[in-house]
Ligand binder design. Structure first.
Ligand SMILES: Cc1ncc(COP(=O)(O)O)c(C=O)c1O
Length: 407
């Protein structure tokens, strides 16, 4: 006999004042950053590749396992500038997964190319390598795999396909700071890795973006594409004719915040991994849900949005996703610890504004089905809480899902 749900008059797992204090504050403020911000504010270098930005250029690239990083105002402009640096534009096609944030699909359009949407893997929710191969045409120039939510795409297979067909790889790592596959940092597999530092991300300055690359010439081109043609990477090189250059600069205030955040990321990631292992133990073998998997057992994940997939075949047929979210809300696990999030593939989002002749959509049955089953946990800040809170959270989610199981 399952426990009485709060929505049916039972006792909520989390309630009242407790709800406000359980999940650590996000973003985390580090006291050592405050004095630096004040000093910076009183000084005269607020932008254009000053001291902290240069430090971040070195430190973040090294942290993810590459040599260069180029900083911009957000993780949408980074995707666009990577494509511009690769010389991708009019007449070219770029393959992206159907599930991501809109930026991944829009970047090729902004660069003048055509976006090709393909299906995802049902277990990892990342781009399905088989579907990439099926979508390749003579116009295909690049693939943008996304390490989405809390998984890492299968970079072995994606890089093999890219090599076979002579394609560029631009990894969208907006969700994956600190993630590694086979010991190698995400973003270092392809020509470029793109990161976002927007408010909700694992490292944040409110907004911000960066590209990492091991190729100095590409770093220079990306820098120029985002700094109206000038560069501090190869400053004496002439500007490449035809390179579209924007003003997408980053500020020193963002840099100083992120330099300190980078130092705290490894300890935060360790805690998230440990806490997620506790939750995974509680969810294990539950017939009503399973956790999003990553591509390889040795993947070290950042756990941005751990995602539960409802096993609808094992739930009562009349149950809807809304029933589950309503019950979770009554238990106090929503909205603080659980998030309905993106309940749809990109091309169904209300903000989808792609020009009809600028994209092609292949069949995406997995995107359609899996997004319906999704129960997204915006728990990266919860995963910084103490172990007992995380266990109570996981038990509360299990209480809700198990109630709706078909008997
Ligand atoms: C997968 C993905 N790519 C790119 C972006 C764009 O990043 P930004 O908001 O910094 O432009 C986001 C933002 O949420 C994202 O989730």
């Amino acid at each position: 006999m399952s426990e009485k749900l709060a929505i049916h008059g039972g006792t909520p797992v989390f309630q009242g004042e407790e709800l406000k204090t359980l999940a650590p504050k996000w973003p985390v403020s580090h006291p050592e950053t405050e004095a630096k911000l004040l000093e910076l504010y009183r000084g005269n270098r607020w932008s254009v590749c000053a001291e902290y930005e240069q430090q971040l250029m070195r430190d973040f690239a090294a942290f993810q396992g590459t040599e260069y990083s180029v900083w911009m105002c957000n993780g949408t402009t980074t995707l666009e500038c990577a494509l511009l640096a690769l010389g991708i534009g009019h007449g070219d096609e770029v393959i992206v997964p159907g599930v991501s944030w809109l930026a991944t699909a829009q970047a090729p359009m902004y660069a003048g190319a055509r976006t090709v949407l393909v299906d995802i893997d049902p277990e990892t929710l990342c781009i399905d390598p088989e579907k990439i191969e099926e979508a390749i045409t003579p116009r295909t120039r690049a693939i943008i795999p996304v390490h989405v939510f809390s998984a890492i795409a299968d970079m072995d297979r994606i890089c093999a396909i890219a090599r076979k067909h002579g394609l560029h790889v631009l990894e969208d790592c907006a969700h994956a700071h600190g993630s590694r596959q086979h010991g190698k940092g995400v973003g270092s597999f392809g020509e470029f890795g793109s990161f976002s530092f927007q408010q909700s991300k694992l490292m944040t300055a409110g907004e911000g973006g960066c590209l990492i690359t091991g190729d100095r010439r590409l770093a220079d081109l990306a820098f120029r594409a985002s700094h109206i043609g000038s560069s501090c990477i190869l400053p004496d090189e002439p500007l490449k004719p035809g390179l579209m250059c924007h003003q997408y600069r980053f500020t020193e205030f963002q840099a100083v915040i992120l330099c300190d955040q980078l130092r705290h990321l490894p300890e935060q990631q360790k805690k998230r991994i440990e806490n997620m292992a506790l939750a995974a133990e509680i969810f294990k073998d539950d017939p009503g849900m399973k956790l999003q998997k990553s591509s390889y057992d040795d993947d070290v994940r950042g756990y941005y949005f751990p995602t539960l997939l409802l096993q609808t075949q094992n739930l009562r047929p009349e149950v809807t996703r809304k029933d589950i979210f309503d019950a979770a809300r009554a238990e106090g696990v929503l909205p603080a610890f659980l998030n309905e999030g993106w309940g749809e593939p990109m091309y169904r989002m209300p903000q989808w504004n792609m020009l009809p002749d600028r994209y092609v959509k292949h069949d995406t049955p997995v995107c359609e089905e899996v997004m319906e089953q999704r129960f997204m946990c915006s728990v990266h800040r919860l995963l910084l809480a103490d172990a007992s809170t995380v266990e109570r959270w996981a038990m509360a989610v299990k209480k809700v899902v198990d109630f709706f199981l078909a008997v």
